[in-house]
Ligand binder design. Structure first.
Ligand SMILES: Cc1cc2nc3c(=O)[nH]c(=O)nc-3n(C[C@H](O)[C@H](O)[C@H](O)COP(=O)(O)O)c2cc1C
Length: 347
């Protein structure tokens, strides 16, 4: 069952790191560590929100958290709505902190919680549930729009977000779920006090695709059609990352179709602070923490290889490495009035 973008791509295929025949570094000198909101990670990789609320989710969150702890990476849990409505399900989330006592962990709520009469209380409960270091608010207008039981009500959303950032003690990250964030939206989110944006752009998991398959199973022709029409809707990840970078100083997570450490290296060179990965870790997590560690180690090895080949000893060096941007990514950004030629002139 395909739940990823169909003909749309992330845009990373249009982003080229420039090979350095004289890297002037040894591979074993490479240090991939970064700091995010005061926490050190061994590499710029976050496992982004996937699940919670079911017995299966307990196992998945347990495996993901164990891998995050072992490798020194960060992790977000999936939407905590189920546990906020039924505290008996909190154990499917609290396992993350139990298995990852030192890792950078992100709580996760959606728009539904922001409109709740007990919004402040529920959001604090979500953060406390996993002793979170940050809160991700997922903004999933596409999913709400194509889901038959969805709630596509976003009027006044920015002021709701502002209320949360004003009162919450941990940093707030605004997070898409696969349709990307534009320059304009990112600038508004920055003004509303969010500290980070997870662009979660097009090219990876598509919620319209998920809804297409669900509707197919239930024989709902109109929902199926809606899912199919909007399958590839949104802003490709590489483009969204550049839009957010050009319009804000926010901590930026590049996610949505990040599938290799080379994708990650390109994202970092375009200015991402870290990348996020969700779907590729779902299957390994069902088999246990060791499989997740293996998948992430392969990813980290690719990132290190790209750093070696661009002569980047540290992540800050990769962020200054020359990048050539061509094709649809260059065309889109030019059409939007952003000049991307400066990336090629670095180094
Ligand atoms: C099975 C699954 C469940 C997800 N559930 C959530 C969720 O509860 N909250 C959220 O913010 N994002 C959720 N996401 C979105 C991911 O965190 C991520 O933003 C998106 O899938 C793009 O990354 P990917 O292409 O690597 O999957 C989910 C993704 C998957 C695949």
């Amino acid at each position: 069952m395909r739940v990823e973008a169909k003909s749309a791509t992330t845009g990373f295929e249009d982003v080229h790191l420039v090979h350095r025949v004289l890297p002037e570094i040894d591979r074993d000198e490479i240090n991939t560590s970064i700091e995010i909101f005061g926490h050190r990670l061994s590499a710029p990789i976050l496992i982004t929100g996937i699940t919670g609320g079911t017995r299966k989710a307990y196992k998945i969150n347990s495996a993901l958290a164990q891998a995050a702890e072992e490798l020194g990476l960060g992790m977000g849990v999936g939407s905590q709505r189920a546990a906020l409505e039924n505290p008996d399900l909190a154990y499917t989330f609290t396992i993350s902190r139990e298995k990852a006592p030192h890792a950078f962990l992100m709580a996760n709520v959606g728009v539904h919680q922001l409109y709740s009469e007990r919004c402040a209380e529920e959001i604090k409960a979500a953060v406390d549930m996993i002793d979170a270091d940050a809160l991700a608010i997922h903004l999933n207008s596409l999913q709400e729009a194509v889901q038959p039981e969805g709630s596509p009500k976003f009027s006044g959303i920015l002021s709701k977000i502002r209320e949360v950032t004003r009162t919450l003690s941990v940093p707030v990250i605004a997070k898409e779920t696969g349709a990307g964030v534009s320059a304009e939206a990112a600038a508004l989110l920055e003004l509303a006090g969010v500290r980070g944006v997870d662009v979660s752009g097009v090219g990876g998991t598509s919620w319209a695709a998920v809804e297409y398959h669900r509707a197919r199973g239930r024989g709902k022709a109109s929902s199926r059609r809606l899912g199919k029409t909007f399958w590839d809707w949104g802003i490709p990840t590489a483009i969204s990352l550049l839009e957010v970078r050009q319009s804000t100083k926010l901590t930026t997570v590049a996610s949505g179709g990040v599938r290799t450490g080379l994708d990650a290296a390109k994202a970092i060179a375009l200015g991402a602070d870290t990348v996020g990965i969700a779907l590729p870790l779902l299957k390994p997590a069902m088999s246990g923490a060791d499989r997740v560690v293996e998948a992430l180690q392969a990813f980290m090895s690719e990132l290190e290889t790209a750093m070696f080949l661009t002569g980047s000893k540290r992540i800050e060096d990769l962020q200054k490495a020359p990048v050539v941007i061509v094709g649809k990514v260059a065309d889109w950004l030019n059409a939007r009035g952003f000049d991307v030629r400066e990336y090629a002139k670095r180094g």
